[in-house]
Design a protein. Structure first.
Length: 260
């Protein structure tokens, strides 16, 4: 399968609770004027019988000048594979970390005949720039097939963190949630990530008394019932399409006057 398979690392970080993805732009004359759909995770082909994760780690270092360890990444999480338009299969491994402060990207190079049919060979960087992008921007920039990796990563990250429901007096009896007027109108239960609770309190519950915040374990919700969807300000919020019952609630606390 030589030449038809590659592996790379999808480096990500969280800023104010939002995912940001590290992508690189291919170097060379063919990509100079290309942006949307041209960016990629740092990746490359296996060296002989090299394990795919080892390939991903090595190629990240060769294309960026930094090891994943230098970016603070520990264990990598497999994201599976995708097949690109040209037929190549790309394997991805996700790792949480950040680019070292003050360090410039330094890519390896490749050689090719340029200009075409000139008989002259020039060296070009494998990647000419890289950076972190929020999910919507990353979706617009990344190779179309690789966008599936962003969805898989978001699902993994979302599933690991607790989410929250702000309830008014009478909406929660310790066993089952009685849907609010907003939830009935929209057809789902509005929830919040940890960093979204304060903003939700201020926007929708300001000045109200007797509020409680329920802590919910996403893994205890019915399969497929929880969806992360774009809401105010372009941010993704958790929405529950189903009943919220005591099985999923792992804690609760009182808040007052629309404050976290």
């Amino acid at each position: 399968m030589a030449g038809r398979e590659s592996a790379g690392v999808l480096l990500y970080r969280r800023v104010d609770g939002e995912l940001e993805i590290f992508l690189v732009h291919p170097g060379g004359p063919f990509f100079v004027r290309k942006d949307a759909g041209a960016w990629t995770l740092p990746k490359g082909e296996p060296d002989g019988d090299e394990a795919l994760e080892a390939t991903a780690r090595r190629e990240f270092a060769e294309e960026t000048g930094q090891t994943v360890e230098a970016c603070g990444v520990g264990a990598l999480t497999p994201l599976g594979d995708v097949r690109q338009k040209g037929g190549k299969v790309v394997h991805a491994f996700a790792g949480e970390g950040d680019w070292p402060a003050g360090v410039a990207l330094k890519s390896g190079t490749f050689e090719m005949e340029w200009p075409p049919k000139s008989g002259e060979t020039q060296a070009f960087p494998e990647v000419d720039r890289g950076g972190f992008f929020d999910l919507p921007t990353a979706r617009a920039k990344i190779n179309a097939a690789q966008a599936a990796f962003l969805d898989r990563l978001a699902e993994i990250v979302d599933a690991a963190a607790p989410i929250y429901k702000i309830v008014r007096p009478g909406e929660w009896d310790g066993a089952r949630y009685t849907a609010s007027a907003d939830d009935l109108r929209d057809g789902f239960v509005h929830l919040s990530a940890g960093d979204q609770v304060e903003g939700t309190l201020a926007k929708h519950f300001a000045g109200e008394r007797g509020l409680r915040v329920l802590t919910i374990d996403p893994k205890r919700l019915p399969a497929g019932a929880l969806r992360w969807e774009i809401s105010r300000g372009g941010r993704r919020f958790p929405h529950l399409y189903g009943a919220l019952t005591a099985e999923a609630v792992v804690g609760e606390r009182a808040v007052g006057s629309g404050k976290k």
